[in-house]
Design a protein around this ligand. Structure first.
Ligand code: GLU
Length: 370
């Protein structure tokens, strides 16, 4: 590894940890330990609407329960504190303004009603509204308004956002250690909001870049839902003149289920009265088991960790399936992470759990007879 390994688990406190979240935390932790690196916990609480009180404590407790040790971050402290994003507002504002000064970003003063009207007009034409190169110089932005007008609006405290000035028709690319090369044409992307004066908070787009850079994160390992955004984040790194981290986007955790009605949650039958099998993302919304459910049902910690480690990763050169946390730290290798989605199988977990219980009985037997 060319630079010291520093990885982060960056949950949003929007509810209890789900199985995919525990897996992300676990892989980051194993990767950090394997490479004698640092495991960081950052709390991404910039979405005030999705904030759930108590969720942060629950996350901290869950990680502790799993045996995932945090070296730096919320609850521990460290050289890059604070590690809770809501406590880093001034930092984000400073960097957002730096992009405005450099011409990579601009102020936009549109109200929610104005944006709604633009969306409706576009819809009436059968189009989707995009805030981008085609409109930014015609709307209420610092690119269109005279400088005095912009200053007057800022001085009198009008609400504003800072948007990224996405270049037109440029190919942006990135390489992912798991998924390979990803490219996107910037004309398909809109001018993302980076910072909002209304709540003095950044959006995820800005916050994750600024923090990963300032916290010297070497590898970003997170869910695959962020893969398509990653090339555009590389453009933000370019705008700041920073080196992006190495990316590893993890495959989603799926479950085999049947097609159900959104409202009633009852199976939708086909014309022959049969249930229709599907594979979909694991989700509490559909009553799938969450990490919390597994704890409440009394599954052994060792069995859960062992099973979750194998959801999307397999060791090379062995068919062995039973691994303690120490074994995992020794053998975890990012090259063994799958590209394709993994399937959560409650029966398999239950089998692991039974095997662990049996092994406990075997271990305690000699002691009993001694
Ligand atoms: N806060 C994001 C989440 O909870 C994390 C994304 C990331 O790791 O960059 O999904």
């Amino acid at each position: 590894m060319e630079r010291p390994v520093r990885v982060r688990f960056a949950p949003s406190p929007t509810g209890p940890l789900h199985i995919g979240g525990v897996r992300t935390a676990l892989y980051n932790y194993l990767f950090a330990r394997r490479h004698k690196g640092t495991m960081i916990l950052r709390i991404e609480d910039t979405d005030s609407q999705r904030f759930v009180p108590g969720a942060e404590d629950y996350i901290l407790e869950s990680l502790k329960w799993c045996g995932i040790e945090i070296d730096e971050g919320v609850g521990v402290g460290g050289p890059h504190a604070p590690y809770r994003q809501s406590e880093r507002r001034e930092i984000y504002l400073k960097y957002a303004l730096r992009l405005v000064d450099a011409g990579w970003a601009y102020y936009a003063f549109d109200t929610a009603e104005e944006l709604d009207a633009l969306r409706r007009e576009a819809e009436a034409r059968g189009e989707a509204f995009a805030y981008n190169y085609a409109v930014r110089e015609k709307l209420a932005t610092s690119l269109a308004l005279p400088a005095e007008e912009v200053k007057a609006r800022l001085d009198r405290g009008d609400q504003w956002v800072i948007r990224f000035r996405m270049p037109e028709n440029q190919t942006v690319e990135m390489d992912d250690l798991i998924r390979g090369h990803v490219e996107v044409n910037t004309s398909t992307l809109d001018d993302k909001v980076l910072y909002k004066s209304a709540d003095a908070l950044p959006t995820y787009h800005l916050a994750n870049i600024v923090d990963d850079h300032l916290m010297a994160i070497s590898h970003v390992m997170r869910g695959t839902e962020y893969l398509s955004s990653a090339p555009k984040y590389n453009l933000l790194y370019e705008a700041f003149g920073w080196k992006p981290p190495i990316y590893l986007h993890l495959p989603p955790v799926m479950i085999e289920s049947v097609l159900k009605d959104k409202e009633t949650k009852q199976p939708i039958l086909d014309e022959n009265g049969n249930e229709q099998p599907i594979v979909r993302k694991l989700s509490k919304r559909w009553g799938d088991p969450s990490f919390e459910d597994l704890l409440q049902k009394g599954y052994l910690k060792e069995a859960i960790i062992n099973y979750i480690a194998l959801l999307g990763w397999a060791p090379k050169d062995t068919n062995e399936e039973f691994f303690s946390m120490d074994d995992l730290i020794r053998i975890f290798d990012e090259n063994g992470i799958n590209k394709s989605p993994s399937i959560f199988d409650t029966n398999k977990l239950t089998w692991f759990n039974a095997e662990y219980i049996l092994s406990l009985i075997h271990i305690s037997e000699p002691t009993r007879h001694a």
